[in-house]
Design a protein around this ligand. Sequence first.
Ligand SMILES: NC(=O)c1ccc[n+]([C@@H]2O[C@H](COP(=O)([O-])OP(=O)(O)OC[C@H]3O[C@@H](n4cnc5c(N)ncnc54)[C@H](OP(=O)(O)O)[C@@H]3O)[C@@H](O)[C@H]2O)c1
Length: 351
Amino acid sequence: MFVLAFVYLKRVLTSFFIIDIMKTNIHSKQENIERHLQKPTIAIIGYGPMGRAFALNLRDSGYNVLVGLRKSSKSIESCKKDHVTYSSIEEAVEKAKIICMLCSDIAMKEVYDKYLKKIRENKVLVFAHGFAITYNLIKPKKNFDVILLAPKGTGKAVRDNYVNDTGTFCLMAVHQNASGRAWEYANELANALKLNKKGFLKTTFREETITDIFGEQAVLCGGVSQLIKYAYETLVENGYDKRLAYLEVLHELKLTVDIIHEQGLTGLWNNVSLTAKYGSLTNRDKIISKDVKNNMKRLLKDIESYAFAKSITEEFYKHYSKNLHKLIKEEEKSDLEKTGKVLREKIIEKN
Ligand SMILES: NC(=O)c1ccc[n+]([C@@H]2O[C@H](COP(=O)([O-])OP(=O)(O)OC[C@H]3O[C@@H](n4cnc5c(N)ncnc54)[C@H](OP(=O)(O)O)[C@@H]3O)[C@@H](O)[C@H]2O)c1
């Protein structure tokens, strides 16, 4: 009886503790955020998917936005099309108090060293991903505020969710608080970008960077693509119709991902057939064995240490992305991709 009471008490306390942790870190939408930034110019360095989303959202929220681009930038046409003001990077960083660093992560050091190192005034640097700070590619001046607003979605989603007024969940962190107002700026910008409408999670640059890179390599992009490839090849090499193989291992993935996204893994098991449930729960260990977890631990170590950052930096600056382009080309030419292209154009999208 005593043991049972103890176990019960421990369970209750544990659940309180877990709920408490969740409560202290997740912040709900903030109302009535004071506007501290009196019509400042906000520079957006880079006009890729996230640069475009930040520029358009901030402009539509009433801020002066100036996109900074290099001379022969291929993004000039996009800026013109969006009626967004642009200039050289030099002019943008000089005019702006807030500088959103939204060029490629790997180019951050080059951009910082060339355009920001010489600046003396106090500035606010804003990042959408903590890569450059976590791996010390950039060591910002002591008089700069350094803020992270990392949306949990693509640039396209950040823009679409602004327009349809749903907002995008985001991770927020402050790396340097030189002015003492870095959190006020972070909150105001998140509000203007609709990144706090659904709530946000306070974190650190390092934690955001490591979990983000690990997630995309282990599951979201790396793990999932390899699983699809091996499953497709297994069916085709054993004589099954390529089109059926594609439909089963790739096309239908959206259905399960949507359920998992909305209802978690329990929701998945509640929504699939008895055969799928029994077969998957009893056989998944044979496919993704404990070895895979050991591989994941090794991958995490590479990301935590400088190993992965070093490898991507060398690929970009030493090999000019040659290996990456080769891998992308190989994937494009694969049988899976050819089958998918035909199926999507001729069958799936016609119905
Ligand atoms: N894409 C997403 O959905 C997403 C999601 C979450 C976080 N983020 C983060 O948001 C940031 C921006 O990512 P992104 O995907 O939008 O952009 P990206 O495609 O990685 O970068 C595109 C921009 O970077 C500029 N750029 C590249 N090298 C440069 C250099 N050496 N000097 C000056 N500019 C240079 C490009 O200029 P040109 O036009 O001249 O080529 C282009 O405007 C990154 O920190 C990324 O991790 C992105």
